[in-house]
Write a protein that binds this ligand. Structure first.
Ligand SMILES: [Zn+2]
Length: 478
């Protein structure tokens, strides 16, 4: 069954020739997902789900550290509940899936499969919140949602996806705003420190904001093809949902007041981001903190005396140190195994052969830069831990350099149109919806965010020439 290196690598399209095909090859050939019988619904296989579980546990710890508790709300939402917030229902109606029958009986009221849970959670909050003592109410839910999509791609856009949605209620607008920004910051820190993905953070335009929100904040990452991926959003819902769902509380002064609510979410979509930010022509490159296998131990020339035993010892040492290690003592050739684990993006490969045993060393190969290191067996777990940290930093820096090399400032529409073909464009914008629509029609680019870090480039809107309101990041997006 031995296959040589070249043969194996050619199973994956090259990124420069066909980026979309490369993406499809990678997710299929690394066993992350499979397609199901229902179009747009993906099966997340153990390797892909393993990445999600690690992301979940890292995020969950952050949510709890900021005072949130997990709960679970029903999958089905009565139509009467969904339609209470007018903008919200208008935004989501086109992609809602409906349940109309229970067994063979038609239901008196159709039920929607949650596309997001503001409506059902707010209806419960209106019962649970009575006085200022009940505030803030800080709840997160880990769940699946369904949004009926016309064209789908695994992880990036699927009709069902897994996510977390935080829903909080506060006494004042300021408290809600503080929460909205706090959670955006949690997301940013998670993206950078766990996924090694640098993000641009800021506010969404009115056109791009969440349906029913007062303001939406986002973190946007650049993929290697220069397109943006929205990695997570945090919404200040002001009192919009509180008024629609009657969430009130009795203040200290004994006055009945409306609450201010927020919601924030991230999803399995981020896995698509990991693939498209870090991957290379050999396949996946996983950031160590989101890698189900951080180090794979490969015995070389297994038939030679002592090799298996030594590899086993090494594997045990790594496990004991809390490193997610795997021992591959299968009967495939070493070359086949190298390719397999490289394709799966395992951060470190550790080889142990007869010569290494003689020298009391192991050979470590980094997945990020393919550097080969000869490391003494004594204290090797510590060396591996250090290298994993180093790989994280290296991946982050590489991704940041890639983003910077594909980001330009545009002061006229010609520069703008050229820039968005390649990556992000920073440009001044008037803030008007028609202008935004027209830019999209002409270039395919949308406003990604109005970044917190503003810079003055010109006085006039890059497209229509009206007075500019902000500097905005524009890009084509997934
Ligand atoms: Zn304009």
């Amino acid at each position: 069954m031995a296959k040589n290196n070249q043969e194996f690598v050619t199973q994956i399209a090259s990124r420069s020739e066909d980026f979309p095909q490369w993406y499809t090859d990678v997710i299929k050939k690394t066993d992350m997902v499979d397609y199901s019988d229902v179009k747009g619904f993906m099966v997340i296989k153990p390797y892909g789900y393993g990445v999600w579980e690690l992301m979940q546990s890292e995020m969950d710890a952050r949510f709890k550290a900021t005072g949130h508790k997990n709960a679970y709300f029903p999958l089905l939402i009565p139509e009467s509940l969904l339609i209470k917030e007018a903008e919200h229902v208008e935004g989501f109606a086109p992609e809602v899936a409906w349940v109309t029958h229970g067994g063979s009986e038609e239901l008196p009221e159709r039920l929607c499969i949650r596309p997001t849970s503001e409506t059902i959670i707010c209806s419960m909050y209106s019962k649970w919140i009575q006085s200022y003592r009940d505030l803030p109410l800080l709840i997160n839910q880990w769940a699946n949602v369904v949004r009926w999509e016309k064209s789908t791609r695994p992880f990036l856009r699927t009709s069902e996806f897994l996510w977390q949605e935080g829903h909080t209620a506060h006494a004042t607008f300021e408290d809600a705003q503080e929460e909205t920004i706090r959670m955006l910051e949690v997301y940013r820190e998670f993206s950078e420190n766990v996924l090694a993905i640098p993000v641009v953070v800021g506010r969404k335009s009115e056109k791009e904001k969440f349906a029913g929100a007062y303001a939406t904040y986002t973190m946007e990452a650049m993929m290697q093809d220069g397109k943006a991926l929205q990695m997570g959003t945090s919404h200040n819902l002001s009192d919009h949902f509180a008024r629609a769902y009657d969430i009130t509380y009795l203040s200290k002064e004994g006055k009945l007041e409306y609450c201010y609510t927020t919601s924030w979410g991230t999803s399995t979509r981020m896995i698509g981001g990991i693939i498209m930010v870090h991957g290379d022509d050999r396949g996946l490159v996983l950031p160590p903190k989101a890698a189900p296998v951080q180090a794979v131990v490969l015995p070389i020339a297994m038939h030679k005396e002592g090799v298996r035993e030594k590899a086993g010892e090494l594997f045990d040492m790594l496990k004991k140190a809390g490193i997610r290690a795997e021992l591959d003592d299968g009967d495939q050739s070493a070359g086949w195994k190298f390719n397999q684990w490289e394709m799966k993006g395992v951060p470190l490969r550790i080889e142990v052969g007869p010569k290494d045993i003689e020298k009391n060393q192991a050979v470590l190969v980094r997945r990020d830069n393919l550097e080969k290191l000869f490391v003494p067996m004594d204290g090797i777990a510590g060396t591996v831990e250090e290298l994993l940290k180093d790989i994280h930093v290296g991946l982050y820096k590489k991704a940041l350099a890639m983003r910077e090399s594909k980001t330009v400032e545009a002061s006229d529409f010609e520069e703008f149109s050229q820039g968005v073909k390649n990556g992000f464009v920073k440009a001044m914008w008037c803030g008007e919806r028609e202008c935004e629509t027209s830019i999209k029609e002409k270039t395919g680019a949308t406003t990604r965010c109005i970044p917190f870090e503003q810079r003055h480039i010109t006085d006039k809107c890059v497209h229509c020439g009206k007075e500019a309101k902000h500097m905005v990041f524009f890009a084509r997006a997934y």
